[in-house]
Design a protein around this ligand. Structure first.
Ligand SMILES: NC(=O)c1ccc[n+]([C@@H]2O[C@H](COP(=O)([O-])OP(=O)(O)OC[C@H]3O[C@@H](n4cnc5c(N)ncnc54)[C@H](O)[C@@H]3O)[C@@H](O)[C@H]2O)c1
Ligand SMILES: O=C(O)CC[C@@H](O)C(=O)O
Length: 398
């Protein structure tokens, strides 16, 4: 980055200072009011296509789910979208445990009952009453029960491990499990190939998968009917994964004993058999810091060097800056993933007699991305010629 260049980052939502402090104020302007930002840093704000101004090159989601970012439009416009896999997984795991405990013991009704006794001044009388009444708040233990985990990624694998430590049997379902995630999974998890079989054999089921076209309303009327009667469903993933009407019908019919969700819906509020939280799965100081730091570092490395780590729409790619490469320039080029592009780009540089020092090119689905280190700085006309080449989406000089 040149000494005079200031990078502009627009923030949405409250982002932890620990992450924001990664942006040195000499080189970065970080401000929620910017309208010509190069990058966007956000949490759950629902970004619209109209927020993707021409200046935007990257979006970092300080969190896991990217369903609040219009991904197809970003990819079409050459905007690299990052998330922070695993950075808030422990926070969610701990809240899942509290959800399971709240659903298995009479904690909430018991607390409500006690809070209604504030007028009772005789403590001996109160103790006598509580001993007589506490049978109404008895529950059951988690040890010895079966937990089904749907989605065995960063959060699902931690939840599975925690349940094993609590003495539970764990069934897991994940048709898209990555090799890395499979390595992380405790070997006591019994892999189930069919989601109905998991639902039919579990006492608790926890959802830990992204919302995608293929997972929207995954928990449908048919799957509620396939559940073991009395099952407790926990949803710390996303509202859209569950068909709320099917859940309400399942609760009314007693097929479902309890629904615990981080995503309140009007139809669910006020029910004794539903426990709702205000999307606080990742709301711990530690998770907010981890996500903000990871998002900020990924964004910085992209804006300064063009490197890509943990993108959800671009390939991962890293090119070392060659020390002492003189007046060299780095080009970052996004283009459609079609044949012949590299040849066209390199021939424009060759026509200018510019030597390539180092280069890396990778593709992902319909996008290809290239970093090229050059021995000298190309003219503005050469950059414009590359940018004007058919199927080139974005060219940045770094
Ligand atoms: N409540 C919160 O505050 C909070 C916090 C973090 C994440 N989340 C949600 O949890 C989700 C999971 O987070 P993560 O960090 O574990 O993500 P992850 O990418 O590490 O894991 C997701 C897993 O889901 C699996 N999967 C995909 N499609 C599936 C399907 N049809 N059936 C079963 N599994 C499927 C993937 O293969 C992957 O292993 C996020 O996408 C986000 O929506 C919520
Ligand atoms: O930022 C948050 O508070 C929520 C994040 C969470 O939903 C995620 O997907 O990581």
């Amino acid at each position: 980055m040149s000494e005079t260049q200031t990078r502009r980052i627009k923030t949405y939502n409250q982002i932890s200072d620990k992450g924001l402090s990664r942006f040195n104020s000499t080189h970065y302007q970080v401000d929620p009011a910017l309208d010509d930002a190069e990058a966007i840093l956000l949490r759950s704000y629902k970004l619209q296509v109209s927020d993707l101004t021409a200046s935007v090159r990257a979006i970092a989601r300080a969190g896991a789910g990217v369903n609040n970012v219009p991904l197809p439009a970003c990819t079409d416009q050459g905007i690299v979208v990052f998330n922070t896999p695993g950075a808030n997984a422990n926070a969610v795991k701990e809240l899942v445990l509290s959800g399971m405990l709240l659903a298995s013991r009479g904690i909430l009704p018991g607390m409500r009952y006690v809070s209604e006794l504030s007028d009772m001044t005789d403590n001996a009388e109160m103790s006598k009453l509580l001993e007589a009444e506490k049978k109404r708040f008895a529950g059951s233990e988690l040890a010895g029960k079966t937990l089904g985990v749907i989605g065995l990624g960063a959060i699902g694998s931690l939840v599975a491990g925690m349940a094993i430590d609590m003495g539970m049997t764990v069934l897991g379902y994940d048709p898209a499990l990555s090799v890395d995630a499979a390595w992380r999974l405790p070997n006591q998890v019994q892999k189930i190939e069919n989601v109905s079989a998991l639902l039919g054999n579990a006492d608790y089921v926890s959802l830990h998968l992204p919302v995608l076209d293929s997972t929207r309303h995954l928990i449908s009327t048919d799957l509620v009917a396939a559940m073991k009667p009395g099952l407790c469903l926990l949803n710390f993933s996303r509202d859209e994964i569950v068909d709320t009407d099917a859940v309400v019908a399942g609760l009314d019919a007693g097929q479902l004993r309890m629904y615990v969700s981080d995503f309140p819906r009007h139809e669910l509020i006020g029910r004794e058999d539903v426990i709702l939280m205000p999307h606080i799965g990742a709301s711990t100081a530690e998770a907010e810091e981890n996500c903000a730091i990871m998002a900020a570092e990924q964004l910085k490395d992209f804006l300064e060097n063009g490197n890509i780590r943990n993108s959800v729409n671009y390939p991962s790619l890293f090119l070392d800056r060659v020390a002492g490469a003189g007046t060299g320039t780095r080009l970052a080029i996004s283009n459609k993933n079609v044949p012949g592009m590299l040849g066209k780009i390199l021939s424009i540089l060759a026509q200018q007699d510019i030597n390539v020092i180092d280069m890396i090119n990778k593709s992902r689905d319909q996008i290809a991305y290239t970093l090229i280190d050059l021995a000298s700085t190309p003219s503005e006309a050469a950059i414009a010629a590359i940018a004007d080449t058919d199927d080139v989406i974005k060219v940045t000089v770094l």
